[in-house]
Design a protein around this ligand. Structure first.
Ligand SMILES: NC(=O)c1ccc[n+]([C@@H]2O[C@H](COP(=O)([O-])OP(=O)(O)OC[C@H]3O[C@@H](n4cnc5c(N)ncnc54)[C@H](OP(=O)(O)O)[C@@H]3O)[C@@H](O)[C@H]2O)c1
Length: 387
């Protein structure tokens, strides 16, 4: 049995809880037995009705800034460690970051450096919880290791050293079937967090709305919608604000603690073709698709991999092609370890915003704030480096 299946098989079903009030059903929660205590950190977690002091890492990211703002709106004290220049391609200056994170204490430092994390990040505060929305911006091999694993590992060490009560980690549902560098990096930090003895919530979302937004502008301009021929990869996308609420709930609801939580949005699971049809319907036009054969990845990947032995930059290009193939062929749904099949009905739903609401909004107001960057899941025509 492969490692990812063994890991899933170890997961147990959570007893019924009051989590239904968050739109969750108990069979969707996959808690793991708390690991043995290492040096006395708490596996009890928080049942916050009082304001907490929370350190948010990755607060300048797409999900991270929604999480930081959600926590502030709930009355928590939020500290974020950010870079001078943040955002996609470092295009956001500090002043803008401070405005976006208004209500948070914004500190400047390097989250990949222990001294900076210790001196700028954690200095002078005793944090109740750490929430990490850190992620490699490129999905490249070494950057994934550096951010998705090492930076999160430093953060975990800082949390353990600082007596933090709880750690909420933003991961991804695709970690259940890891084949890519960033998935293996995430899987490793997930396992180390579970073994740390700290109370944890590992949140594994399905696709984000922004990952399905890469073709909105081109379709609006009259171009066809590109899909992959011969694949029915499906997802249950979730909106950024709903995901932020779910992550904030992890600090308050014991049912979401010491648990691996796969989570999708409301509504039916959709294929890329469904997304295209929805867009054309909203635009009042007849659907026009361009079908790209998935096997193109099987041609490109060996060539780029071979070039990667000689020229290192081709290694990441081969990885981006593997990422493209993965998202073209694998569903972002809960995987049933006993059958190896994806299960849309078993994939938890949370929140209110549907993909249709999202498309209506971006068709009317544009993609402002969506920071697509390299994220254009299923958008084979434009980029394949989605993560
Ligand atoms: N796209 C999807 O559909 C999808 C679905 C499920 C799960 N996920 C997962 O969700 C996670 C977060 O996604 P997201 O879109 O919110 O990510 P994002 O917008 O790319 O944000 C990444 C965050 O990490 C920080 N970061 C990256 N490299 C850094 C470095 N070298 N030093 C310091 N900070 C660094 C960024 O800071 P800067 O702003 O300074 O760069 C930013 O705050 C990812 O792990 C992804 O795999 C994505």
């Amino acid at each position: 049995m492969p490692a990812w299946q063994r890991n899933l098989a170890q997961l147990q079903i959570c007893p019924p809880t009051d989590s239904a009030r968050f739109g969750l059903h108990e069979q969707w929660l996959l808690p793991v037995s708390p690991a043995p205590l290492a040096h006395g950190p708490s596996t009890q977690g928080l049942q916050a009705s009082k304001p907490l002091c929370v350190f948010v890492a990755g607060a300048t990211g797409y999900i991270g800034h929604h999480v930081a703002r959600e926590l502030v709106s709930r009355g928590h004290e939020v500290v974020c460690l950010v870079r001078e220049c943040s955002g996609v391609a470092g295009a956001v200056d500090l002043e803008t970051t401070r405005q976006r994170l208004s209500g948070c204490e914004v500190r400047v430092g390097d989250i990949t450096d222990w001294n900076s994390l210790d001196q700028e990040g954690f200095k002078g505060k005793t944090f109740d919880a750490v929430v990490s929305c850190l992620a490699s911006r490129s999905g490249g091999i070494s950057d994934s290791l550096a951010i998705d694993y090492r930076a999160n590992r430093l953060l975990l060490d800082a949390a353990l050293a600082g007596g933090v009560g709880q750690f909420v980690l933003l991961s991804a549902i695709c970690v259940q079937k890891p084949q890519l560098a960033f998935q293996r990096a995430k899987q490793r930090i997930e396992q180390e967090l579970m073994a740390s003895g700290l109370c944890y919530s590992i949140v594994r979302p399905t696709a984000f709305f922004k990952s399905l937004a890469g073709q909105v502008e081109s379709v609006k301009r009259g171009k066809p919608f590109t899909i992959f021929a011969g694949t029915q990869a499906t997802c249950k996308p979730i909106g950024e604000a709903d995901l932020a609420k779910f992550m904030a709930n992890c600090l308050q609801d014991p049912a979401l603690q010491n648990a691996v939580l796969s989570i999708g949005g409301p509504g039916d699971a959709v294929t890329l073709e469904d997304c295209g049809r929805m867009l054309f319907e909203l635009l009042g036009r007849k659907p026009v698709f361009r079908r790209v054969p998935v096997f193109m990845f099987s041609l490109i990947i060996p060539i780029l991999s071979a070039l990667g032995f000689v020229l290192p930059r081709f290694r990441d290009m081969a990885e981006f092609a593997r990422i493209g193939r993965y998202y073209a062929t694998e569903s972002m749904l809960l995987l049933d370890p006993s059958t190896g099949m994806y299960d849309a009905a078993a994939t938890p739903s949370f929140g209110r915003q549907t993909l249709r609401d999202f498309y209506e909004r971006v068709l009317e107001y544009g993609l402002e704030g969506q920071e697509l960057g390299d994220h254009a899941l299923f958008d084979a025509s434009v980029k394949i480096q989605d993560r």
